[in-house]
Ligand binder design. Structure first.
Ligand code: SAH
Length: 222
């Protein structure tokens, strides 16, 4: 790998190792998830001016009013999604920088990801290409509708918060499948991460951490 991908100084392997130690201290236990986070260069997914902050455990702006999620949240949501074993595919709603999809792509055979802002999607695709992650399929669309052509999904991860879980996403979840999704408004402090499991008879819902995601918005833009 070249220096840009590998990283030097504040984007070096040592800096990533420190982040992974912090994730362990914060309670992330899945060794495969930790290993993937140790070796995925988050700085590539961030504007160069902010790259020196890539391995702080914080969300950062990625343009268009959007953010790359905090590493702890990426690790936690991934860990929850694969808790009962590695699914054969996953649908992500809200590609953003493409970092979360890159982490998923190194654990799961096929990653489908949908983003409503085309400019972000184009950048994310470039990063995936640079890292040779050829198992990520990305689409420009309103992800509230899911990606029905490849449904059902044993795992769905939503990285922008709706007020209510979209019905299309529930419909596209396999029986036995798991969806992690933030629900509610961040500013009122009532946004919660939920784990929804589809059973033979319906859906089970568990409420997890309080979180701060950008809102899930309607429609798609250039
Ligand atoms: N997973 C991302 C987090 C990005 S923030 C990462 O790793 O960087 C959430 C993203 O969801 C934003 O890019 C936003 O544009 C996108 N988004 C919001 N509403 C959406 C919708 N209805 N469909 C698809 N993407 C949406």
């Amino acid at each position: 790998m070249n220096n840009h991908i590998q990283g030097i100084g504040m984007t070096s392997q040592r800096t990533r190792d420190r982040l992974v130690q912090r994730l362990r201290d914060e309670g992330i236990r899945n060794e495969r998830v930790l290993q993937v986070m140790r070796t995925t260069p988050r700085h590539l997914f961030i504007d160069e001016a902010l790259a020196h902050r890539a391995y702080e455990d914080t969300a950062l702006p990625i343009g268009q009013g959007q953010t790359i999620s905090q590493p702890y949240i990426v690790a936690r949501m991934t860990e929850i999604l694969v808790e009962n074993g590695i699914p054969d595919k996953v649908l992500e709603v809200g590609t953003g920088s493409g970092y979360q999809s890159a982490v998923l792509a190194r654990l799961v055979p096929r990653v489908y990801t949908v983003e409503r802002i085309n400019a972000l999607l184009a950048r994310a695709r470039e990063c995936h290409r640079a890292l040779r992650l050829h198992n990520i399929y990305a689409k420009h669309s309103d992800g509230s509708w899911g990606w029905p052509e490849n449904a059902p999904y044993p795992a769905i991860m939503v990285t922008a918060a709706p007020q209510h879980v979209p019905d299309s996403l529930l419909e596209q979840l396999s029986v036995g499948g798991r969806m992690v999704i933030p629900v509610g408004t961040s500013t009122s402090g009532t946004q919660k991460l939920k784990l929804i499991t589809r059973t033979a008879g319906g859906f089970e819902e568990q409420t997890l951490n309080a979180v701060h995601f950008v809102p899930l918005l309607d429609g798609s833009v250039r």
